[in-house]
Structures are given as C-alpha cells and as structure tokens.
Write a protein that binds this ligand. Sequence first.
Ligand code: NAP
Length: 492
Amino acid sequence: MNISHLTVDQDSDMSEYIPFSQGLYIGGKWRPSSDGRVIEVVDPSTEAVIAAIPDATLAAAAVEAAAQAAAGWRETPPRKRSEILRRCFELMTERAETLAALISLENGKALRDARGEVAYAAEFFRWNAEEAVRISGEFGLAPSGANRIVVDFQPIGICVLITPWNFPAMATRKIAPALAAGCTVILKPASETPLTAYALAALYEEAGVPPGVVNVITTSNPGPVTAAMLADARVRKLSFTGSTGIGRLLLAEAAKHVISCSMELGGNAPFIVLDDADLEAALDGAMIAKMRNAGEACTAANRLYVQAGIHDAFAEGLRKRMAALAIGPGTDSETECGPMITRKAVDKIDRLVQDAVARGAKVLCGGAVAEGRGFFYPPTVLSDVPADAAMAHEEIFGPVAPISRFEDEAEVIARANDTEYGLAAYIYTRDLAKGMRMASKIESGMIALNRGLMSDPAAPFGGVKQSGLGREGGQKHGIAEFMEAKYIAVTI
Ligand code: NAP
C-alpha cells in the first residue's frame, strides 16, 4: 500500500488521497475477506464514507501465519530484530506528516495531536529496538547450596493484540515490545480507524519485518473472531486496550484457556489544583490533560477538583481558553478541537452534560450539541458539578471540563479515589512534599505532578483497580509482558 502521496492540503478534497486497503494483511500478503464483505470507514468531520476495508469472519489464517513465522522470528538474533525495529522507527519518523494526515482523517483529531501521536508511537520502536538487545537472564546459587538457579526469559508465543480507535497508531505500544521479545502477533484494530493500522503494516514490511510476524485483520464481529483465536492453543498472550466492559469479557474468554493478559482499560482521571499552585501552569496543564485528542483519551482529566482559594480564577481562566479553541475537521491545520468519533459518542457526552446540569452544575461555556454535519461537540466548561453527577463516575471521552470546588487535602483525596478506575491523576501544587504525599495516597497507576502529560515510552504506562492489568513501556516492564521466565535447576 503506497500512502506516500497522502498530504495535508486544506484546499484539497482529502477523499482523493485515501489509501484503500487491499485486504487483510496475513502472512505478508493482502487478502480479501472470505465472503467479500467490507466495513465502511467514515470521516467523522463530514460523515462521508472514505474507505471500505475487508470484514473478516475468521482469523484462523492469521493464527496459522503467525505460527509459521514464530520459530524464524524467535531465532532471529536480537541485534537483527533490533535493527528492524529501529528501521520501523526511522520510516515512521520520515513519514510522520503522511501518517498524521491519515490519523486525522479517519479519527478526526487535530493534526497537531496526530503529529504528537505519530512521534509517540514511533518512539516505541526506538525504545524497544534498544530493549531487544538488553534481555538478560539470571544466575545464582540456590539457598540450599544444592544447585545453581538459571532463569532464561523466552518469548511468550503468539500474541493477539486488540486496540481502540482513539489512538490509531498506538498499537506500536504492543507490537514493538512483542517483536523485541521475539513474538509474532495478530493485530485487530478498531473498526472505526483501521487505515492507519494497515498503512503501518505496509511500513513494517518495508522495514524488513518478515511475512507472518505482524498480521492485521479487521472484523465487524470481534467477539467470535477473538474467541476463536484465543481458543487456538498456539495463542499464548492477549494484550488489549479499550473499555473496561470489553476488557472484562475478554478476561473471561482468556480464562477459559489460561492465557496471559495485559489490559489497558478505562480511566476517570482527577485533576487537582491546590491553592498554592502556579495558576498559569495549572491552566496550561489542564488544557493538555483535558483537550489532547479533544478529550478522547483514557488519561483525559475527567474531574477537575479546584481548591476554594484559587477556584474562581481557575474556572474563569479555563473558560476563556476553552471558549477560544478553533473547532473544525482535524485535517485543517488551524483546528484545535476536531469532531468526536461517532454520533453515539456525541450523544453520550450530551447525556452526561445534561445530567450534570439537571443536578445543579453551571455551564460556563459550550454545553450543547453543535448543529450541522460532522460529530462535533463544543469545548465545554461546567462548574459546581456535584459528586452524584454521572460524569463524576463515567468516562466523558469528550471536550468537557467539569469543575468542583474542594476545601482540604483529605477531602480531595477521598473524592479522587471515589471511583472504580485508577489509571491517571494530576496534581498541581508548589509544595513538592505535599504533592508527593498526595501522589502516594491517590489510587492510580500514574500521577502527573505539575504536568499535564505523563505518557512516555521510557516509563511504565498502566492502571490499577478497574483500569487494567500490566504495563506498557518502561524499563523492562513493557517487554516483560511478552516474555516468560524459564527456570532451569543445574547441578554443577
Ligand atoms: P472498546 O469498545 O472496548 O473497543 C476496543 C477494541 O475492542 C476495538 O478494537 C473493538 O473492536 C474491540 N472489541 C469490541 N468488542 C469486542 C469483543 N466482544 N471481543 C473482542 N474485541 C472487541 O473501546 P473503544 O470505545 O474503542 O475505546 C475507548 C476505550 O478505550 C475507553 O474506555 C478508553 O479509556 C480506553 N482506552 C484505554 C487506554 C489505556 O491505555 N488504558 C488507552 C486508550 C483507550 P470494534 O472497533 O470492531 O468494535
């Protein structure tokens, strides 16, 4: 698939640049679905159908291709695997503009967010190219003195990877460490945003990833297709990113076959601003934490708790910044807030806003569905959002910032922890000791202290409670999810 002609040009009709998928990507070949059925991909800015991709009914061929390639890839020297991964990083970096345009087109996110996503996604190849040659084992004497303990870390086996639509390139967070560890994979991207996954599959091939090492399938029937893959005894790993509800279903399915699972699930991040915070820094951070991807992020600030002394200045500052954002198609370089992914997503956001208002929240800006074509929702700030509002407990996944006032530290920690989720949290304070104390008490896999962004391939990304199991990225953490420890007892 050649996507090198895809360029960002505000005056052109983007539809003429769509790279139509040539098929499911299995064993290094592009194949149609068995019954010729397709899934239509919609541009969320215009609601126009922009591509049709194959709709797989079975994934047996993909598992077979991953199995055929497994021994060769596992035995490929780590240095060689590392060089191929490094080449994936270089090609993604060279084609960053093209990939960003494709992401904007199918997902709707603003180009500046899409550029950030490509850079972040590419970094997982660079990081894991470096990890691939640093996999080491353990050697020691048993406490009894009877034998030596040798621990070898081996690739876990064939991996099924399932990813959501909000970061179409984020599958690299799974593919890069899996390949670094020596595993072969089958990726099932979200039906709304499959084009980036297929474009990247072609790029991996160009970088030297052998046929069958990465396979990509799309399906409108993910439950049965995934269940069939997990039932194949050769599949040993499921790595899923998506909603907590689907994560629970998949954990149950994987349990039937005792398959190792990594789960990156939903979030409900608190964003806490203390009286002593630097107001401008807190506002800058809130705009990033809330508005990256127009709020369609698992780490998005979902509940903004602001201490009484700084509350009014913060609320007014955020209102001004949110109301000034440019709304439009993501592919327009001026856009700061693109459309939501679907009409259903807009309806959910509106339901949550209307519920909060009915319970006493005040609308400072936005607050109503935009007229016209495209799945747009305006940047919205609410104040006085009560603890029983539905949005205090559900992911908003949109450009809505609900502010609540608080008085003291103990109160805000209790409110921050009053959720089944525990993915990300943000704290703004000039008192580092206080910030660290609060960070240790907040039930969350990740905390950003005086920052609006925490994601980094070099740091372990993941949640606690219902936000997931396992970590992606980080020193050893991400790659460890794709390896098994083998213990050998040796008498010498
Ligand atoms: P989703 O509905 O759970 O879908 C995620 C993926 O699972 C898609 O590829 C989807 O395929 C697939 N899927 C749906 N039903 C399935 C089933 N029964 N069996 C197997 N696969 C199935 O989530 P989403 O709406 O796309 O994404 C948003 C969610 O992802 C939010 O909750 C967000 O917080 C979470 N998320 C978490 C992280 C993290 O790192 N923790 C990062 C990003 C997003 P189809 O598209 O074909 O339905």
